[in-house]
Each structure stands twice: as structure tokens, then as C-alpha cells.
Design a protein around this ligand. Structure first.
Ligand code: F3S
Length: 102
């Protein structure tokens, strides 16, 4: 039974991974702390005490950009956050097609 559970868990993880169709990226070094992103999409964007925003649950790259893969259902709210940023430091890529949306 343990093996079956393991297989089920692995399959679930794979389908969750593949459902994360988009990647959001935050050019944090160039963020001016406008906070529009956190106002528009508070489940994904939060303000840090240094005055810049963070993507909730993201990983931070060596170049200090942040990135997070998201599911299609969370695309629209993050697109609105990206559109709201006055210095265009939020980017979204369609991982399936490679298209850079914003
Ligand atoms: Fe920064 Fe743009 Fe948000 S400047 S705080 S990423 S709206």
C-alpha cells in the first residue's frame, strides 16, 4: 500500500507541476516600492520592510530577481499586478510557449 501511495503522490506532484503554466518574475533590484502589486494581488505580493515588494513563496535568484511558477487560474490577478507596476519590473512568461507576455 505504501508503494501505491507513493506513486499516487508522485503523479499528483507531477500534475501540479505541469499545471503551473506561467512564471512570474520580479526584477527586485529595480522595484521602487510603489506597492501597487501588493494592493492588486495581496495573495501573491507583499511589501517588505526594506520598502520593496516580494512575491509570496518565491525563490530568489543570485541576481536578486524573484520568481514563482503559477497556475493558469492565478494568471489574471498577477497580470493585473504586472500591468499596475509603474516601472514594469514584473514579468510573466508562458512556460509552455516561451512567450514573454509582459
Ligand atoms: Fe515594486 Fe512595482 Fe510592486 S515598483 S512594489 S513591483 S508595483
Amino acid at each position: 500500500m505504501a508503494d501505491e501511495n507513493q506513486i499516487t503522490q508522485t503523479v499528483n506532484e507531477q500534475s501540479q507541476q505541469s499545471s503551473k503554466k506561467y512564471k512570474i518574475e520580479h526584477d527586485r533590484p529595480n522595484c521602487i516600492g510603489c506597492a501597487a502589486c501588493a494592493a492588486v494581488a495581496p495573495d501573491f505580493w507583499t511589501m517588505h520592510e526594506d520598502g520593496k515588494s516580494d512575491i509570496v513563496g518565491c525563490k530568489t535568484r543570485d541576481d536578486e530577481w524573484e520568481e514563482l511558477d503559477i497556475e493558469e487560474k492565478n494568471y489574471q490577478v498577477n497580470k493585473e499586478a504586472a500591468d499596475s507596476c509603474p516601472v514594469n519590473v514584473i514579468h510573466i512568461t508562458n512556460k509552455e510557449t516561451g512567450e514573454k507576455i509582459i
